[in-house]
Design a binder for this molecule. Structure first.
Ligand code: ZN
Length: 283
């Protein structure tokens, strides 16, 4: 949780993970949602595009002020705009991810094991490849970086794709908005931290009605932080210590304006990444 989410950025394995590039956002068009189509509609859609945007969220605590769906809502906002701008259809969201060990004891938080995520995503992608989908753009705004656990959420997604890539069945790209440099947009953090300035700013921009601004509390620091450190960094075996609020960083520095700037910059990079790989066109 306290680890730097940028520390394990894309590892450069060919075709598996793509780092977004800078560029201009394409004008948004109609969003083609798999969930709203009949199978016949999807068949027609496949004639135009073999790509699919797949949003993955979490059901995970995000401090006292943000909903458990924070990662899901942020991923869906990016995924919708990517789909609209590129014409790539969008799949129903997988609303659960691999959670931070310490969050698993916080009421409401629930997720998939590493193996559960790997198998779930592989099952879905395998089915879609049977029908002709060949390029998958997985959009997730959850990092899950914590000491001793690495990038478990992302690693499970990569491993889901690995045999499909090896057998050249399809391409799978992971789009993680915070690979984009955003430190210059922040007032009190260098990058994303759990429920901190970045996520709170995005929430204020994207779903302000769900932000409990009266309950925003910065993460503990100094002596207080020492008392809580063992909880998020260790393998939690019970509920969090009294006074721990679940947020990292400085959510009090967040604003909707900052959220809009972060969103547009990260979106631009991801749209360009998808467009460069054919977008909605079959190739
Ligand atoms: Zn989050």
């Amino acid at each position: 949780m306290s680890a730097d989410l940028r520390a394990d950025a894309p590892n450069g394995r060919g075709g598996l993970v793509g780092q977004p590039l800078g560029g201009e956002t394409v004008v948004a068009e109609r969003i083609r949602r798999l969930a709203d189509m009949t199978w016949n509609d999807v068949e027609a859609c496949l004639g135009e595009s073999d790509g699919l945007v797949v949003p993955i969220g979490t059901c995970e605590q995000h401090g006292l002020h943000l909903p458990l769906s924070t990662d899901t809502l942020i991923a869906e906002a990016f995924a919708d705009r990517i789909a609209g701008a590129t014409g790539v259809p969008i799949a129903p969201t997988l609303s659960y991810g691999v959670n931070l060990p310490c969050d698993r004891y916080v009421p409401g938080t629930a997720g998939l094991s590493f193996d559960g995520m790997r198998e779930s995503l592989r099952n879905l992608i395998t089915d879609w490849t049977r029908q002709g989908f060949r390029r998958f753009f997985v959009v997730t705004a959850h990092g899950c970086a914590t000491d001793g656990y690495g990038f478990a959420h992302h690693e499970a997604i990569k491993q889901a794709a690995l045999p499909l890539l090896t057998e050249r069945v399809c391409d799978v790209f992971v789009l993680f908005p915070y690979w984009e440099e955003i430190g210059d947009l922040l007032t009190d953090q260098s990058g994303v931290e759990h429920a901190g300035e970045v996520e709170t700013s995005l929430a204020l921009h994207l779903f302000p009605e769900m932000v409990r601004t009266d309950l925003i509390r910065d993460a503990a620091n100094g002596e207080e932080e020492e008392r809580y450190r063992a909880f998020p960094e260790g393998v939690a075996t019970g509920p969090p210590p009294a006074g721990w609020n679940g947020a990292e960083g400085h959510p009090s520095a967040a604003s909707a304006e900052t959220g809009e700037r972060i969103f547009e910059r990260c979106l631009t990079a991801m749209v360009r990444f998808v467009a460069e790989r054919g977008g909605g066109r079959n190739s």
